[in-house]
Design a protein around this ligand. Structure first.
Ligand code: PMP
Ligand code: GLU
Length: 398
């Protein structure tokens, strides 16, 4: 047996990906599983974006790409930040990576020293904590719950910050809760952070366009109090149904962009040439496809919330963005189906997979045991059938 480094041995496996794989394995065995685990749009990538990729192949975009991404793509991203967010970024401040996941990990590795604290409101996306662990930083969780719509208050944030705080990591619209901070709520958090001038704000805005508030999205990059210390993480995965293309970026102070480029230059090089040309087309062309998909997600949000509210033991908020429902399930903990005891939300997710053939993710993966996450980025039929199965399986617990 080979020894595995402590760094990797102590890293948790990505539970979103693990649950999705389990669901695919069951499917391969012929079980009719509905997969509400992994969060990815079920739509195909829009035709004009695929056409741009085909053109890129024909035009021989087949050589190594510049480490921070093609200048043309970084210009398109800068134009997007200006057009949609009113933010002025130079291409030198933008580094394209293999998905928002790598962009975020790059930024954490480039800015967090061993022992530095990173404040993360929870529930939080699975990879945040593990990325900070990779950097040997210390995660300071700030727990929120369904009663406060999963939003951290300024007082809670203040309570978590001190002279060891290196960064605050915020995600809105949120994975896994769907909560969206209003401009006023963000301002109140910014007022707290403004009192800690050395603290970096990492704003994960990957769900920017999957927003049901019908109000303009406010980027954390737009607060003058935070000038020079915000890093925006975004990408094409969610807005353009391009999860497999693996293009994301950070938009950062230039010194961070340079550090990230150095890091990426040593361990992956620039992202795929073809995918970059496709992403460029996504940003430059008409944005109608984004709105079309957003509308479908909003309809599905309404459907899943209505059906979940018909299940007496589930407590649900009304998510205002992303495509996740994060019901509180404590009513079912301690119950049994025959011999099977549901001791925690992990048991419940497993019970739903094995008995209802619906794949969800245990809230513990998001630092929030007692909840489960359902991704509703699937057809109305799948949502309706999944919720029918969940209701029936939960109804059998006594
Ligand atoms: N941040 C959040 C909150 C996410 O849900 C995801 C989806 N995996 C990512 C970042 C990474 O996205 P990408 O597919 O661009 O790596
Ligand atoms: N963001 C998605 C999720 O949370 C994709 C899987 C992942 O990268 O974790 O399910």
């Amino acid at each position: 047996m080979q020894k595995i480094s402590t760094r990797v041995a102590t890293l948790a496996q990505s539970q979103t990906l693990a649950m999705s794989q389990k669901s695919n394995e069951l499917k391969a065995q012929g079980v009719d599983v509905i997969n509400l685990s992994v969060g990815e749009p079920d739509f195909n990538t829009p035709a004009h974006i695929k056409a741009a990729a085909v053109r890129a192949i024909g035009d021989n975009f087949s050589f190594y790409t510049p480490v921070p991404g093609y200048l043309s793509l970084r210009k398109s991203i800068a134009a997007k930040l200006s057009r949609e967010n009113g933010l002025i970024y130079a291409p030198e401040q933008i580094v394209v990576g293999n998905g928002a996941k790598q962009a975020l990990c790059n930024v954490i590795l480039a800015t967090v020293n061993p022992g530095d604290e990173v404040v993360i409101p929870t529930p939080a996306w699975v990879s945040y904590v593990e990325m900070v662990k990779l950097a040997e930083g210390r995660v300071v969780e700030v727990p929120t719950g369904i009663a406060d719509d999963f939003k951290v208050t300024p007082a809670q944030l203040e309570g978590a910050m001190n002279e060891r705080t290196r960064a605050v990591l915020l995600c809105s619209p949120s994975n896994p809760t769907g909560s969206v901070y209003s401009a006023a709520e963000l301002q109140a958090l910014v007022d707290v952070i403004a009192r800690y001038p050395d603290v970096l704000v990492i704003a994960d805005e990957i769900y920017e366009h999957i927003n049901y508030t019908h109000k303009p999205f406010t980027s954390l990059g737009s607060f003058p109090e935070l000038a020079g210390r915000v890093v925006i993480i975004n990408g094409v995965s969610k807005a353009y149904a391009m999860t497999g293309w693996r293009i994301g970026y950070c938009a950062a102070p230039v010194e961070i962009a340079k550090a990230v480029t150095k890091l990426q230059g040593q361990y992956t090089s620039g992202a795929s040439s073809i995918a970059q040309k496709a992403a460029e087309a996504a940003y430059d062309a008409s944005q109608d496809c984004v709105e079309e998909m957003r509308r479908a997600f909003e309809r599905r949000r309404d459907l899943v919330v209505r059906l979940a509210r018909e299940i007496p033991g589930l407590k649900v908020n009304e998510p205002q963005g992303a495509f996740y429902l994060f019901p509180e399930v404590s009513a079912y903990i301690g119950k049994r189906a025959g011999e099977r005891l549901i001791e925690n939300s992990s048991d419940l997710a497993m019970y739903l997979l094995e008995e209802a053939h619906v794949a969800t993710v245990d809230g513990a993966a998001f630092c929030a045991p007692g909840y489960i996450r359902l991704s509703y980025a699937t057809s109305d039929e799948n949502i309706a059938e999944a919720m029918r199965r969940i209701a029936a399986a939960l109804g059998r617990l006594v």
